[in-house]
Design a protein around this ligand. Structure first.
Ligand code: NAD
Ligand code: ZN
Length: 381
């Protein structure tokens, strides 16, 4: 059935709202099937000012019409950016600013990000900068953007020397998640998003982790009700963490579980071989292995995590030819590294993560070596 022909009553009936309870400004995350053209939501959260929709050349042909049909009677413009991470640059950002200037947008203007994490991050950063901050609404269309990047207010663009080096905290006024958009997402992108979902279970939600173990097939088949629950649990977890630590000075760091190793692998493979979620999947297994070797978590934790990730078709080992020396070098450069020892997120158990700086370089190296595809037989006895 076409989700955009559902009646308003049907959509509102099944819609969920999760509030991100920030000290200064709480905002809602709406989650439902076919929400993009639900004009009452947009009306509720758009100011009277002009509106700019930013999307990209892949997403716009699929979903721009649904969104704009909900904005009839409003003054809006559309800015389309090229697709992909290589375009998360100052040039693209400047293009958005230029359009805002051209349309004479004022402080009361709105900006809507319609797309995946790249569109969300760059549009969010433009919203943070234009006139020192205008109203931002996120309409995420990838699983990763729906469960992670659209919620929490981090915005950024890349510098030649590193990802997300230039950015700002700029919370959205609302996030409108239309789970129907996932029907067109490529399989690999969908699976990569699942890595971040597994992360929530692994770091703080053991029941959710078990639910994923039991519902792996329905998730892989993208069953609508199953996905709605999966997104709901993920956003709830993210919202709780963000509410506790808006600026990442404490508990929010747990969201980096698997990310130090994942970032090192991404950097080592020139950001071209692995999607972020795939690298994070491998990174989480290294972190679990390290936790297990330090006797922080029960034996079998790594295996359980690996089994779920494998069930979602995600990689769990470094490619055989990966250089551990190069990964170690990249780890030292990771912005989360501090002088007193590498600050890593480790597991006490599935569903219970901690920040830990006590691992020695040797322990870290060993855990990485055991995660090499070529060393798998010796570690899985
Ligand atoms: N701000 C944060 O807190 C945060 C958190 C995690 C990741 N990120 C950032 O998010 C970015 C990655 O986001 P992503 O994984 O969504 O990648 P992406 O935005 O590049 O989207 C992946 C691909 O899917 C396409 N696409 C998007 N929606 C689609 C749909 N509904 N149907 C078909 N195709 C669709 C995109 O055009 C793109 O080709 C990275 O730049 C990363 O740094 C930010
Ligand atoms: Zn991530």
């Amino acid at each position: 059935m076409n989700p955009y022909s559902l009646t308003r009553e049907d959509k509102i009936k099944t819609m969920n709202i999760i509030n991100v309870e920030l000290a200064s400004n709480a905002y809602p995350v709406y989650l439902g099937h076919g929400l993009l053209n639900e004009s009452s939501l947009w009306t509720r959260h758009l100011s009277q000012g002009k509106t700019l929709i930013v999307s990209n050349e892949v997403v716009a042909p699929l979903y721009l019409e649904a969104l704009t049909s909900a904005l009839s009677g409003r003054e809006f413009e559309v800015h389309i950016i090229p697709d992909g991470e290589p375009f998360k640059t100052t040039e693209t950002w400047y293009g958005i600013i230029d359009t805002l200037v051209g349309m004479q947008a004022r402080r009361d203007a709105n900006i809507i990000a319609l797309g995946g994490g790249v569109v969300g991050d760059i549009t969010g950063f433009a919203a943070a900068c234009y006139m020192r901050g205008i109203r931002l609404l996120q309409a995420p269309t990838t699983l990763l953007a729906q469960v992670d990047s659209s919620v929490g207010g981090k915005t950024a663009i890349n510098h030649q020397k590193g990802k997300n080096l230039v950015g700002a905290f700029h919370q959205p006024a609302a996030v409108i998640i239309d789970s129907a958009t996932l029907s067109t997402l490529e399989d690999r992108e969908f699976r990569a998003g699942l890595a971040e979902v597994v992360k929530y279970g692994a770091i703080r939600d053991p029941e959710f982790f078990s639910w994923m173990e039991k519902n792996t097939d329905a998730i892989n088949q993208r069953d609508i009700a199953t996905l709605d629950y999966l997104i709901h649990q993920s956003v709830s977890n993210k919202a709780e963490i963000v509410a506790l630590d808006e600026r990442e000075s404490g508990i929010r760091a747990l969201l980096n579980f698997g990310h130090s190793f994942g970032h090192a692998l991404e950097a080592e493979t020139a950001y071209s071989r692995f999607l972020h979620g795939e690298a994070v999947a491998i990174g989480m297994v290294v972190a679990a292995r390290l936790s297990e070797s330090r006797a922080l978590c029960p034996v079998g934790t790594t295996e359980r995590l690996s089994a779920l990730l494998t069930g979602f078709g995600l990689p769990i080992v470094f490619p055989a030819q990966t250089s551990i020396e190069a990964l170690s070098a990249a780890l030292d450069l990771d912005k989360k590294a501090i002088a007193s020892g590498l600050r890593l997120i480790l597991l006490n158990a599935i569903g219970d993560a901690v920040v830990n700086s006590e691992s020695t370089q040797q322990e870290i190296t060993t855990a990485m070596e055991q995660s090499l595809a070529r060393n798998q037989h010796s570690t899985q006895e």
